[in-house]
Design a protein around this ligand. Structure first.
Ligand code: ATP
Ligand code: MG
Length: 270
């Protein structure tokens, strides 16, 4: 790595250096160099199977690299103690599974675990942060209901609350709004923007709705077949040609009347 590349990777809270992620013999991510901008909302978009979840799992240390590395604050994430990583980075996976009968409150309490220890037991501050996360995800009234007795969207909001309660500077969210109704989708996207603007968090979210990604992200990463094909400010990189390259569809882009960001309309298969 050159000195310039090294200092830029250190400035980024989360970066990859020639990262290779495989399942068995199949290479999903091959030689990825990525630097996530600090304090921004970053959306990863791309078609089904292009490697978004695999990349997020790699960034969160759940998938060991076949080669290359993930740098958390400039240090190889695989050499850091688990507790240090969990205090820096929270992941909401695409497919979540909680033990039978676990309530939302119990799940969200898990988010506080990296902050406990021999000398630091459950505190009033932990309780407050759990209550705040419940309110932020709009599930206070469901706090003591088992997750397996909730609707898909309610359960998804409980998991979002758990990630928020972990109080990490980095949040990785894999399709956080996939099961949510329109009102709760907007609420979650606005919450993400607020966490970034007010608390300086870096949020990485995988989002399928390209118009929403353009509206709520500062930085867009477009993936295709395990590679980053474009990245930058949404309004600068999203073109009709990019949409066709990613999804094999023709579209028209119009400016959103409120935000001015691109809205994708008039789709047809190529
Ligand atoms: N556990 C696994 N074992 C083997 N191959 C896998 C496994 N999980 C995913 N894959 C394959 O890796 C590739 C990337 O999958 P990944 O889940 O990262 O895609 P994605 O971009 O998140 O897609 P989606 O939009 O459908 O969530 C796909 O071809 C998929 O079939
Ligand atoms: Mg996925």
């Amino acid at each position: 790595m050159t000195t310039a590349a090294l200092s830029s990777a250190i400035a980024s809270p989360l970066a990859t250096e020639h990262l290779h992620l495989h399942y068995g013999k199949s290479a999903i991510i091959a030689g990825l160099d990525l630097q996530l901008p600090a304090g921004k909302v970053i959306a990863i978009v791309g078609p089904n199977g292009c490697g978004k979840s695999t990349l997020l799992a790699g960034l969160a240390r759940l998938h060991q690299p076949a080669a290359g590395q993930v740098l958390l604050n400039g240090r190889d994430i695989n050499r850091l103690p688990s507790r240090d990583v969990a205090r820096q980075l929270a992941l909401l996976p695409q497919n979540t599974q909680a033990p039978d009968g676990m309530t939302a409150y119990e799940l969200i309490q898990f988010g506080r675990q990296p902050h406990q220890g021999l000398l630091r037991q459950w505190s009033a501050e932990d309780h407050q942060l759990v209550e705040r996360a419940l309110a932020a995800a709009d599930i206070t009234e469901l706090a003591h209901r088992p997750l397996d007795e909730m609707s898909g969207g309610q359960r998804q909001r409980a998991w979002i609350a758990m990630a928020i309660a972990q109080s990490t500077p980095l949040l990785l969210l894999d399709e956080p709004t996939s099961a949510l109704d329109l009102g709760h989708q907007i609420e979650v996207f606005e919450l993400i923007r607020q966490l970034s603007a007010q608390e300086g968090k870096t949020v990485v979210m995988v989002v399928h709705d390209l118009s929403c990604a353009c509206r709520y992200a500062d930085h867009l990463i477009a993936m295709h077949q395990g590679r980053v094909v474009a990245q930058g400010q949404p309004a600068q990189i999203v073109t009709e040609a990019l949409v066709e390259q990613l999804y094999g569809v023709r579209c028209t882009l119009l400016p959103d009347p409120l935000s001015g960001t691109p809205v994708i309309v008039g789709l047809s298969r190529v």
